[in-house]
Write a protein that binds this ligand. Sequence first.
Ligand SMILES: Cc1ncc(COP(=O)(O)O)c(C=O)c1O
Length: 399
Amino acid sequence: MSGSALYETFARAPLAFDHGEGTWLVTDKGERYLDFAGGIAVNSLGHSHPHLVAALTEQAAKLWHVSNLYEIPGQSRLGERLADATFADKVFFTNSGAEALECAIKTARRYHFVKGHPERFRVITFEGAFHGRTLATIAAGGQYKYLEGFGPKVEGFDQVGFDDIDAAEKAITPETAAILIEPVQGEGGIRPVPTQSLKRLRQLCDQHGRLLIYDEVQCGIGRTGKLFAHEWSGVAPDIMAIAKGIGGGFPMGACLATDEAAVGMTAGVHGTTFGGNPLAMAVGNAVLDVVLEDGFLEDVQRKALLMKQGLAAIADEFPDVIEDIRGTGLMLGLKCAMPNNKVNMALRDQHLLAVPAGDNVIRLLPPLTVTDAEIHEALNRIRAGAKGLADAIAVAAAK
Ligand SMILES: Cc1ncc(COP(=O)(O)O)c(C=O)c1O
């Protein structure tokens, strides 16, 4: 017994937060941390955003939950707003990213089923992908560390190298239903997929009659300075999974699809108890109110540039600590020249929260509402953390 009643599945930092204020988290001891982890790209509008608090509390006083057996006006409204703002015509609401992905995969398989191709059920994915922790989504992600010990890998996922579009083309078989990709890989190490690659994937899918699925669970909802990351490329998918930022901290997700791609998702074939409930919809609509305000996304782009330039200068100054800066918008990564966990600890010592990712990267995912002053403060703290690590390397080398 470890003394805790909780599953030991999380390696938790010894920090407990009592409340949040915008970009700041305050511990139970009153210590303030600058939150550039953002709940791993969840707290899109920071903590305790007044518009979100008002939306949630107003809804809480009226109606928490009704089943999807009934009309839910907030759900219809959010669905229409998401459809208006994107390639999509249809939306299915879920509680999480993994469930949004499950819905996306099921939508693709059902499409081929109703089109007379039930043999098309396989999905091509990319190395470094992360699509969630359900049995199907760990199979889609294809990462051994998440698959090990959970029995046979769910059938139907074929993985090719990151950004290897030639390999994706070769992997298309008569059984392929779809290609699934994160336009910017998050947990894989903040790796944006080049526009040209998305274009080629679109062409491949069109040419072969297969569906293109995006996972924008992490990179969507303004994170890159557009509502969705793929807008930078101008290449639309047929189906897209979203979550995280759309709830701003309230657990929710959604699967978006064109009318055509969703053709197989008819009454009774899929469902959820909690997905799209009135509380979640009130918050999701409130998040969109802010993110779709005139100038909001342009300001994210401006702040992202400020931050990226500042980080690049720090990387230049401390090449033994930070090798490179990658990413786009407020989804930035420090490619570390030393173990990323050490860098993460050094940042935490500076009371700056960040998130380790694959490929030895540290993710910086501040709220989209972060101020210029907070970016400067974060840069000061990152510089101080990097300097401490660089000094320690120099001392060790001199011995
Ligand atoms: C790109 C991506 N897809 C899917 C998921 C799974 O989302 P959830 O943890 O809400 O199931 C995540 C979570 O980190 C993610 O980053």
